[in-house]
Design a protein around this ligand. Structure first.
Ligand code: FES
Length: 131
């Protein structure tokens, strides 16, 4: 687990890109202590997905296919380059047959600090050192 800052460093409903072991990680704080972490690389064309717009998922209400509503429980980020949208909680693209996903990492708040679990494969091992 890597500590990336105090919960107070991440205002509600914002995304903040932080360096974490050589990887750019977008920390999304949604409501309360809900925090999520995703790699700042879009699966479409490798753009900075976390530089895009963050907001609740737009949905069509049942029985009203012409209407629009929002799902406040589902944060969605739209990539800064071409606007593809991803569910921040899972990284999955929001269109129904979307198989693309942004890489996500487990994140949580521990004693007021935000911590993220990066994969070993994503951690920059630093310069190679001869034995
Ligand atoms: S690079 Fe993200 S939508 Fe194209």
């Amino acid at each position: 687990m890597i500590e990336v800052g105090s919960l107070d460093d991440f205002p509600p409903r914002t995304v903040t890109v932080v360096p974490a072991a050589g990887v750019e990680v977008g920390i999304v704080r949604w409501d309360g202590d809900d925090v999520y972490a995703l790699r700042n690389v879009c699966p479409h064309a490798l753009g900075p997905v976390c530089a895009g717009r963050l907001g609740p998922k737009i949905v069509a209400p049942r029985g009203d296919p012409m209407g629009l509503d929002v799902d406040e429980s589902c944060p969605v980020i739209a990539c800064a380059w071409h606007g593809w949208e991803f569910d921040v909680r899972t990284g999955q693209a929001v269109w129904p047959d979307g198989r693309m996903r942004v890489k996500t990492y487990p994140a949580r708040v521990v004693r007021g600090r935000v911590v993220v679990a990066l994969d070993r494969t994503d951690v920059d091992p630093g310069p190679a050192v001869e034995p």
